[in-house]
Each structure stands twice: as C-alpha cells, then as structure tokens.
Ligand binder design. Structure first.
Ligand code: FAD
Length: 200
C-alpha cells in the first residue's frame, strides 16, 4: 500500500529498506555495505557468572577452541552474552550445532569451564534454540539525505558492525542533531536535512 508523507526517517538498521529505496531512486546517492567476517549468537544471562566482573563489559577468551564471549551487564544481576567466532569455520560447533546436546555441552565446558554447570546448561539451551548464527556488516554512505523527503540515521546511515562500540551513542547523536536541524529550519526541510547530513 502507499501512504502520503512529509518526511521518511530511515532509522531501520543496518539492512535499511529506506536506504535501498534511496539508492534505487537517486543516482548520486552512493552506499557500500560490506559483510564482516565471522559469526555470532546473542544470549541472555539471568545471572552474570561469578568469575566475571558484574560491572564491566568483559571479553572472555576461551580455554579451548576459537569462540570468544563478550559479557555485558544489563541490570543488577543479569546481562547478555555475545558468543563470537571470527572465522566462519566453527570447529567446536558452539555457533552451529543445533542438534547434539552432549557435544554442545562438551564444547562449552572445554571453552568456558569457569562458568559452572548451571550457566553452561542455560547457555547451551539458548544457543541450540537459535537455528542460525548472525553476521555483522559495515555501511558507508556518501550522504544521508535525499532532498527534503528522506533521511537516514543510525546504522541505516553508517555502521561498523559493533567493532567501534559506539553504534548506539552515534545513533542517539544522529537523532538529536536531526531534531535540532528540523527545529532550526522548520519551513525548509531540504536545508535541514542537508545540514544534518553534513554535520554527521
Ligand atoms: C555483535 C554486535 C555487537 C555490538 N556491540 C555494541 C556495543 O557494545 N556498543 C554499541 O554502542 N554498539 C554496539 N553494536 C552496534 C549497535 O547495536 C548499533 O549501532 C545500534 O543498535 C544502531 O541503532 P539503530 O537504532 O540505528 O539500529 P537498530 O538497533 O538495528 O534498530 C533498527 C530497528 O528498526 C527495525 N526495523 C528494521 N526494518 C524495519 C521495517 N521495515 N519496519 C519497521 N521496523 C524496522 C528493527 O527491528 C530494529 O528494531 C553492536 C552491533 C553488533 C552487531
């Protein structure tokens, strides 16, 4: 269906369909999206393992294998964990095994023995429930606006795939700068969007 609109803000992430539409419509708009090596799965931890600092983002190298873990606290006790393998070959099967519980348990125990039985069991269950590991991409655009009708913000406009650790902050910054530009040029959207695009 089609709807009338004044302005489309494409804040729809790294695989933005707004960006793809802008690319199709606007010959001068150039964008490059590059799939980064490696794969990951994200799981929720009800409790941060006692061996991990509950107040810090921790990179935990495995005792065996090649899958590393980022543990990020999200509240007073719990957090999330990104299990990441930089190579697409996942020899120990932590990111690809979805059928063999025993093999998964053995791989996790060999990699992160310090996490303890209960955490490892929970991690194994969550990993095996996710059929496919994700991958990250970087995005670069030569401009973020298309006249005064469409504009990109956050990962839709620029993404590093998480390696900078700044993606959320820069997406928030985009929204503030865009809002200020629109407020300053309320009756001239093309000018507002161009100002935002140049600043960001
Ligand atoms: C593995 C990994 C680790 C990361 N670690 C960090 C970190 O430690 N610190 C950090 O700052 N950043 C990190 N990032 C980057 C961070 O996640 C992003 O930069 C940030 O989420 C970008 O915010 P966004 O709002 O632009 O996009 P997103 O968070 O992707 O939000 C886009 C939203 O749009 C929705 N959407 C998409 N298409 C449509 C549609 N057609 N209709 C309606 N809704 C739609 C999506 O569902 C989603 O909710 C990491 C990224 C990855 C991949």
């Amino acid at each position: 269906s089609s709807q009338p609109y004044d302005l489309v803000v494409g804040c729809d992430g790294v695989n933005s369909i707004v960006r793809k539409a802008m690319e199709a419509e606007h010959p001068a708009f150039e964008t490059t999206s590059t799939k980064l090596p490696g794969q990951f799965k994200v799981i929720k931890l009800d409790q941060i393992p006692s061996s991990v600092d509950p107040l810090a983002v921790s990179l935990i190298l495995p005792k065996a294998g090649r899958t590393t873990a980022f543990v990020e606290p999200t509240d007073t006790t719990g957090g999330c964990c990104i299990l990441f393998a930089s190579s697409s070959t996942d020899d120990e099967g932590i990111l690809t095994n979805t059928v063999n519980v025993t093999a998964m348990h053995e791989s996790l125990t060999a990699s992160f023995p310090q996490w303890g039985e209960n955490t490892l069991r929970d991690v194994a269950t969550q990993l095996m429930a996710q059929t496919k590991a994700g991958s990250a991409s970087s995005v670069v655009c030569n401009t973020y606006n298309y006249g005064g009708r469409a504009v990109l913000a956050g990962d839709a406009a620029h993404a590093t795939g998480g390696v900078s650790g700044q993606g959320v902050n820069s997406a928030l910054q985009d929204s503030v700068v865009l809002a200020n530009a629109i407020r300053s040029h309320r009756n001239d959207l093309p000018k507002a969007l161009l100002e935002y695009s140049k600043k960001q």
